[in-house]
Design a protein around this ligand. Structure first.
Ligand code: DX5
Ligand code: ZN
Length: 237
């Protein structure tokens, strides 16, 4: 049961995935090294194409540079219209896992198989307006589910509390169909919202501005987030 019981889990089992979207790109290597030292479990790389989401971000060269400065797994969140076109390029650059959206992909099963054929971990992502039920036919094919807790495209947005019910539901689906599958959340995660998503059953938390946008620095921010997770877990009835 890996520390989890009925949606409740041990804070030590919760993984933190800092999103570099909120980092200072002039000091990216240092900031990622700080996050690694402060106990980050993986680094979350947000890729946007200005079409699938109304914003542009970064491509494979960033992954290639990061690969040289961190041993942490690099997870690549593809918010792009045709993910299949870029899987090989990111794999060569050093991505360890891919998060691909259910939305807008008419051949999602094929995309998942392509990632697996490249020997990488794969996760499926669902947006706030997408029901958990769409996971039914693909849960067995993935190692991770990412429930977006904001509409994708931008950092520093408000957490959508309506997604908590869906997180609880996805946790139940995972326990029934694919125990061991990670349940990740992304968007608006900070000290106040982290305990809520963990209590609902999330075990991997992406955080951008709460980690890289904190005036006290990355190390203090990571500590604060970890403490909030542990505190929340302890006080959950
Ligand atoms: C949003 C991205 C997120 C973003 C989260 O589309 O997928 O990963 O970086 O940023 P915060 O934690 O600031 O909400
Ligand atoms: Zn993301």
């Amino acid at each position: 049961m890996d520390g989890r019981e009925g949606g409740k889990m041990d804070g030590d089992g919760v993984k933190l995935a800092p999103s570099i979207l909120a980092a200072d790109f002039a000091r990216l290597g240092d900031q990622v090294a700080d996050a690694e030292k402060a106990g980050a479990d993986r680094i979350h790389v947000d890729v946007m194409d200005g079409h699938f989401v109304p914003n542009l971000s970064m491509g494979a060269p960033i992954v290639q540079s990061l690969r040289r400065v961190t041993r942490l797994p690099l997870e690549t969140h593809l918010m792009i219209s045709n993910p299949d076109l870029f899987l090989e390029e990111f794999t060569e650059a050093g991505s360890d896992s891919f998060l691909v959206h259910w939305e807008g992909n008419n051949n999602l099963h094929r995309t998942l198989q392509r990632v697996k054929a490249l020997g990488k971990r794969v996760g499926v992502v669902i947006n706030p307006a997408t029901p958990a039920a769409v996971l039914e036919e693909i849960l067995q094919d993935v190692e991770q589910v990412l429930v977006m807790t904001v509409d994708p495209g931008f950092g520093h947005q408000h957490f959508l509390h309506t997604t908590l019910r869906k997180i609880r539901w996805v946790r139940r689906m995972i326990e029934q169909t694919k125990p061991g599958c990670d349940l990740e959340v992304d968007g608006g995660i900070e000290a106040a919202t982290a305990p809520l998503v963990v209590a609902a059953g999330a075990n991997v938390l992406v955080a951008g501005s709460a980690i890289f946008g904190d005036g006290d620095g990355v190390t203090a921010a990571m500590k604060r987030l970890r403490a909030a997770v542990n505190q929340g877990v302890k006080s959950t009835p």
